[in-house]
Write a protein that binds this ligand. Structure first.
Ligand SMILES: Nc1ncnc2c1ncn2[C@@H]1O[C@H](COP(=O)(O)OP(=O)(O)OP(=O)(O)O)[C@@H](O)[C@H]1O
Ligand SMILES: [Mg+2]
Length: 284
């Protein structure tokens, strides 16, 4: 479903308050087979979470707690061991054009130029777009991530932050209903990062996209999220879901100056710190 159609549907449906479930995770448990050690590792255990249309949900938690695993389950890149994960009322069986993914490790094709990497979704999915529309979108999203002029560059000619921005443009070019973003700004310098956070907030306010976003920055979580889901040390379980009731657009309101901002930040920081200490101690 296109973003505009999704928006129209949500506006005309009885649940026009934005409470239309888009992603529903019920008792989701996911793990991996460790072939070398001949054992299994449970990465996530019993995740129950409903994400509504147009919501911006941020996942935070210590390294290795299963954040990437969770969005990979939504993307259809890993299968549940137990429980279910549904997108728009249907069990996820694999990737689809309704979900765009920004990968933690960029996952760019080294033999393709910037332009050709961004164009990839059009080759993998038939979106019924004219050649002109595809070209226009590739240009528009490369411009959005401030990479105009680098269209013909190869990934090895780009900095880490630039590669990450190519990954963002590639995820957006198909205008997916759901944006899955795995630490999309981690490699981007502090000033560009703030500009991109503000840009993303404005962008999703216009498109009505549902966003699941991973970060290690508590500030980024509070500035962007409608809800922040704190995940515990492995096997990851939901420790707390924090509602972020701060006005939007957050950058226009300069919400960092509000006392509630500081309180929320401290609260999430304390929750994450406890879990991070366990990671550091290697508690199983
Ligand atoms: N393909 C895989 N095969 C085996 N184990 C895996 C695989 N992918 C992830 N894991 C394991 O699953 C656990 C969760 O990994 P995941 O990448 O989801 O964590 P994360 O919360 O995204 O961490 P980080 O913040 O460091 O990115 C880790 O213990 C990791 O070693
Ligand atoms: Mg990860």
């Amino acid at each position: 479903m296109k973003v505009a159609e999704a928006k129209a549907l949500s506006e005309s449906s009885p649940a026009a308050d934005g409470a239309t479930p888009v992603i529903v995770s019920k008792g989701l448990t996911v793990g991996y087979k460790l072939h070398r050690e001949r054992k299994q590792l449970t990465a996530l255990r019993n995740i129950n979470l409903t994400i509504n249309r147009g919501e911006f949900v941020v996942l935070v938690g210590p390294s290795g707690c299963g954040k990437t695993t969770f969005i990979n389950a939504i993307a259809g890149l890993v299968e549940p061991w137990e429980g279910t994960i549904e997108v728009n009322g249907r069990p996820v069986t694999g990737p689809g054009p309704d979900r765009g993914m920004v990968f933690q490790d960029y996952a760019l094709m080294p033999w393709r130029t910037v332009e050709s990497n961004v164009r990839m979704p059009f080759e993998l999915q038939n979106l019924n777009l004219s050649k002109e529309e595809m070209n226009e979108r590739v240009r528009r999203y490369i411009k959005l991530v401030d990479l105009s002029g680098f269209e013909k560059s190869y990934p090895y000619e780009l900095s880490g932050g630039m590669k990450q921005r190519v990954g963002i443009a590639r995820a957006l070019v198909s205008e997916p209903d759901i944006l899955l973003a795995d630490e999309p700004f981690a490699a981007i310098d502090a000033m560009t990062r703030e500009a991109m956070q503000s840009e993303l907030e404005r962008f999703v306010a216009n498109t009505g996209q549902t966003v699941v976003f991973i970060t290690h920055s508590i500030d980024e979580a509070v500035i962007l999220g409608d809800r922040v889901v704190v995940i515990s040390y492995r096997p990851g379980q939901i420790k707390e879901v924090v509602d972020v009731n701060l006005p939007r657009p957050r950058f226009d309101y300069d919400v960092k100056m509000l006392p509630e901002y500081g309180e929320m930040r401290d609260h999430i920081w304390r929750l994450v710190k406890d879990e991070a200490l366990q990671t550091a101690r290697g508690v199983q």
